[in-house]
Write a protein that binds this ligand. Structure first.
Ligand code: PMP
Length: 387
């Protein structure tokens, strides 16, 4: 019996997506691939509300998507400002360091996020040509005020890059309306596709920046080598992972069938249900209340429940969650609730959690977690009937 994968990515993969992954491998420049890649690129623009930009889908993962964004935008004389709320913001700073890109990091304490006023203050003090923000930090559960940062950046001529690896397709990101220049993401989280793709959507302004650079310190990651392939997938640069792209296309099809607004709303409802049920069982939340994300929860234990024992038994009971990263290791568990997760999955997760807590001798009102989750999931309608 497969376990329910509630780590904060990879997310569970819908059987429709899995089946498409198992279809025969086709020519990487043949008509099937042209159709799948073109459709996936079109769909991506709808997912991030970008009418005129250029998406890139490249074999790799989120970290490659981060590198691609930085390497194709950074100017030798420029300076990058990284807004970090934790593990993956810090990684942005490390990537800049690896490539000798001049940068500063504003680091918020874990569980919090950089305030828009801090961004404004820093911009008044020093010149930057690129600002990078992590939408949701998967280490801390902090969801940054991406739209508010965009307001601060408006009219300043600064390129705005958003790491949406733990948000894109689950939480709204309106590239055109908000003036985001690059959304970078990956397939394995809110898209609910298997891992294996680096995804970057460049605005026209971001693409113009790359064109203005005579060279970049990259070969595989140089978007100008990929641009002809994205515009006409019958062209070759480097062999794309054709099966994965087909399955990714199935994931965007599922997203657009659901509708982006309905999808964002379902993520909100699921997050509320998960947190209410966790509280009913005595757990707490690591992330400050104003920065909670709809895509994952970073959860503190009640007295007497030990991290390793809890996660091991929870896995035996059918649900896999992740441990804490960095300073939170051993003190929290991280639970993803993104992608194509259903209400039934959430109810099952709390049945298994209650079983686990009971076996560990933790005192709680039996049934409280499941009942609370069910009640909070009520807006999902028929799907919950009879759960
Ligand atoms: N950014 C964020 C916000 C992430 O959560 C992750 C992965 N958890 C990454 C970047 C890096 O992605 P990958 O592991 O696919 O390289």
């Amino acid at each position: 019996m497969p376990k329910l994968l509630l780590i904060p990515g990879p997310s569970p993969v819908d059987p429709r997506i899995l089946r498409s992954l198992a279809e025969p491998t086709v020519s990487h420049v043949g008509p099937e691939m042209v159709e799948d890649m073109s459709a996936a690129l079109d769909d991506l623009k709808k997912v991030v509300f970008c009418a005129a930009g250029q998406p890139f889908i490249i074999s790799g993962a989120g970290t490659l998507a981060m590198e691609i964004a930085l390497l194709n935008l950074a100017r030798p004389a420029g300076r990058v400002l990284v807004l970090s709320q934790g593990y993956f913001g810090d990684r942005m700073g490390q990537i800049c360091g690896s490539f000798g890109i001049a940068h500063d990091v504003i680091a918020a304490p874990w569980g919090s996020c950089v305030r828009p006023a801090e961004l404004a203050e820093r911009l008044a003090a020093r010149a930057y040509d690129i600002v990078v923000a992590t939408h949701v930090d998967t280490g801390t559960g902090g969801c940054a005020p991406i739209e508010d940062y965009a307001e601060v950046l408006k009219g300043r001529g600064i390129l705005y890059v958003v790491d949406g690896v733990c948000a894109t397709g689950g939480i709204e990101e309106r590239m055109d309306d908000w003036g985001i220049d690059v959304v970078l993401t990956a397939a394995q989280k809110c898209f609910g596709a298997p891992p294996g793709l680096a995804i970057d959507v460049f605005s026209e302004r971001a693409l113009a920046r790359r064109r203005s650079l005579p060279a970049v310190p990259a070969y595989y990651s140089d978007i100008l080598r990929w641009l002809p392939v994205m515009q006409d997938p019958s062209k070759y640069f480097s062999t794309p992972c054709v099966n994965e792209i087909r399955s990714f296309r199935e994931s965007t099809r599922i997203m657009l069938e659901e509708g982006m607004d309905a999808r964002f709303e379902r993520h909100r409802t699921n997050a509320r249900a998960v947190r209410a049920a966790l509280r009913a069982l005595g757990f707490g939340l690591f992330t400050r209340p104003e920065f909670l994300a709809d895509t994952l929860s970073v959860v503190t234990y009640p007295a007497g429940v030990e991290d390793k024992a809890f996660r091991a038994l929870y896995t035996q009971n059918g649900v896999v969650v992740a441990g804490g990263l960095g300073e939170t290791a051993g003190k929290v568990f991280r639970m993803g609730h993104m992608g194509n997760l259903s209400a039934a999955d959430i109810v099952f997760a709390f049945e298994a959690m209650e079983k686990t807590l009971a076996a560990l001798g933790h005192a709680f009102a039996p049934g409280a977690g499941v009942a609370t989750a069910r009640e909070a999931l009520a807006p999902c309608g028929d799907e919950c009937a009879g759960l």
